[in-house]
Write a protein that binds this ligand. Structure first.
Ligand code: GDP
Length: 196
């Protein structure tokens, strides 16, 4: 499984020459059970998984080579579903620290799709003036017969919320590399815009 995971990545995280490079924080949001941890595990790669225990949070750092240029992402799988009164501090922290966001729902769970819209609204509220890259992800495309949210609905939602859209299957490792490469490209687009 580990070898198969690595094969899908055009990256090399072992190099230490680029320590001056910027590191971008990518925060995964979404209901529990939609596949966030599965996606991050694929991103991290089983063999070179770098689990950083930062205040008990799971974050994975990896340098990806995209379009011939290296970019380091710190992917944070720290989002928690809403619970009791204790939720607000950690959740609002998640909404503040990201340089980019991946909002995940399961195509087999309409409730998670509706949550994704709510998360987009919360994010907009928390980071009002900022143009932050956001990718809407419909995961679990392998579960064809259980699909509750069509591709068209996902795409339309992304248009309304002004973000990118991709469907993935963590189980089949389909489009997962493309997802994180897309995150890198979206981050670079914003950079270019600022400097130009
Ligand atoms: P999280 O709570 O959002 O972090 O979700 P997990 O990554 O823990 O996944 C929840 C469950 O869904 C686990 O049993 C995973 O194996 C399963 N799962 C995640 N992604 C997929 C997928 O693409 N297809 C299928 N069939 N199952 C998946």
């Amino acid at each position: 499984r580990a070898a198969a995971t690595r094969g899908s990545w055009s990256s090399d995280s072992s190099g230490s020459s680029g320590s001056w490079e910027p590191l971008y924080r990518v925060v995964l949001l979404g209901d529990s059970g939609v596949g966030k941890t599965s996606l991050v595990n694929l991103f991290a790669g089983v063999q070179e998984r770098d689990l950083l225990e930062q205040h008990g949070e799971a974050s994975y750092e990896r340098t990806l080579s995209v379009d011939g240029e290296e970019t380091t992402l710190l992917v944070m799988d720290t989002w928690e579903p809403e619970q009791r009164g204790e939720e607000s501090c950690r959740r609002s922290q998640c909404l503040q620290v990201g340089n980019a966001y991946v909002i995940v729902y399961s195509i087999t769970d309409r409730g998670s799709f509706e949550s994704a819209s709510e998360l987009r609204i919360q994010l907009r509220r928390a980071r009002q003036a900022e143009d932050i890259p956001i990718i809407l992800v419909g995961n679990k495309t392998d579960l064809v017969r259980c699909r509750e949210v069509s591709v068209e609905e996902g795409r339309a939602c992304a248009v309304v919320f002004d973000c990118k859209f991709i469907e993935t299957s963590a189980a089949l490792q389909h489009n997962v590399a493309e997802l994180f490469e897309g995150v890198v490209r979206q981050i670079r687009l914003r950079r270019g815009g600022k400097e130009a």
